[in-house]
Design a protein around this ligand. Structure first.
Ligand code: ADP
Ligand code: MG
Length: 361
């Protein structure tokens, strides 16, 4: 059985009478990578500062390593077991070594011990041999890895990371992600990372909590969060582009037909006929083809006309007017190969199991 590293109950934080964190109850297991995702201003940094005991909550309970973290004497010993890498870490105009050694709370330790710890931390972040360099000469990615070394030099049991790669190029960001995974796997470090980057959240986290407007409406595996969001707000935030209000017209042992503006969509759901529902499915679960008779096991096949194409990185969102607008995600390459363009006729298909059904809100 895994144990909880962190447990919160009805956690509350007010700034100037405004609830910035409200009624947040969840737990983080020891040894997991827990992602906190949410829009800008939703409370990610505030929640991390509460969990790291930098800020005092206005109400609620907080337990860390089984200890009530909010009793006066608990804070100091608990803080020695945790570290936070903030969004914009301070860099001192000194050597890389000194910048990392600053993070060591045990100043009374002998020099050789500090030296060994800093060397280990430099190794862990891929900066071996950088100790004597002036920190000011580092690239953005190197500086962030130095800051990460400063956080891990004390060997924390819980590492908090507040949007650690937001200001980095994709290659530097991926390096940081890899280091985080390694620290977690090799040292068993519990990692709590906030991000507004969905790809990072999906790639790194074992479980994710979605924070919106200070509340935590859903906690789950990445599959649950990205494919089975519990509200339309969460769905919108995690990139579910296909969202339709409809009514269940029939249901045979969980295989239902849903009427959406006269279209009949097959979905897997226990809801009974007449239930008003919202259907949610991701653009990457929709396949686009140029012929109707393509071999597919998908229950839902519709023809339509391409209405709009929205490029995003190596992909393009293709919006197809099938009576209802359906969005399919295709690679730029296959979009070119298929000759996709506005006005072109095509077919889209998706499986009944790809459709997530929630009761109308
Ligand atoms: P995020 O990290 O998700 O962008 P924050 O936790 O930084 O969100 O902020 C959440 C809300 O709390 C915002 O509306 C922000 O303006 C407010 N806030 C954050 N810190 C303070 C503070 N020290 N004093 C007053 N309001 C704050
Ligand atoms: Mg923030």
């Amino acid at each position: 059985m895994s144990t909880s590293a962190i447990e919160t109950h009805a956690l509350l934080k007010k700034y100037d009478e405004r609830d910035v964190i409200r009624d947040v109850s969840f737990s983080i297991q020891s040894g997991e990578i827990f992602g906190i995702i949410g829009p800008s201003g939703s409370g990610k940094s505030t929640l991390l500062r509460l969990l790291d005991l930098i800020e005092q909550p206005t109400g609620g309970r907080l337990t860390i390593f089984g200890t009530d973290a909010l009793v006066p004497d608990a804070k100091f010993p608990l803080r020695r077991r945790m570290a936070l890498l903030s969004q914009k870490p301070v860099i001192f105009s000194r050597s890389v070594f000194d910048n990392i050694a600053i993070g060591m709370e045990y100043r009374k330790k002998v020099k050789s011990e500090i030296s060994r710890a800093v060397t280990d931390a430099l190794d862990a972040v891929g900066l071996a041999g950088y100790g004597k360099r002036s920190a000011r000469t580092l690239s953005g990615g190197e500086a962030q890895r130095m800051a990460l070394a400063r956080a891990v030099v004390i060997n924390p049991e819980i590492l908090f990371l507040d949007e650690p790669t937001t200001n980095l190029d994709p290659v530097s960001a991926e390096r940081i992600d890899d280091i985080i995974i390694r620290l977690n796997r090799e040292k068993g470090m519990t990692v709590v990372i906030s991000t507004h980057d969905m790809i990072q959240g999906q790639h790194l986290a074992d479980r994710i909590g979605v924070i919106m407007d200070g509340a935590l409406p859903q906690v789950g595996t990445t599959k649950e969060i990205f494919h089975q969001p519990t509200t339309t707000n969460i769905a919108r935030f995690v990139g579910v582009k296909n969202m339709y209000a409809g009514v269940i017209t029939e249901n045979h042992d969980g295989e239902a037909i849903v009427d959406v503006a006269g279209k009949h969509i097959a979905a897997v759901t226990p809801f009974h006929p007449q239930t008003k529902v919202t259907l949610l499915f991701r653009p990457e679960d929709v396949t686009l083809h140029m012929e109707q008779s393509v071999k597919t096991s998908a229950r839902n096949v519709f023809s339509g006309i391409i209405k709009k194409m929205i490029p995003s990185g190596p992909f393009v969102d293709v919006i197809v007017d099938c009576g209802i607008d359906l969005t399919a995600l295709v690679t730029i390459q296959s979009s070119e190969d298929l000759g996709l363009a506005r006005g072109v006729k095509c077919w889209v298909s998706f499986k009944a199991t790809a459709v997530h059904v929630i009761e109308e809100q």
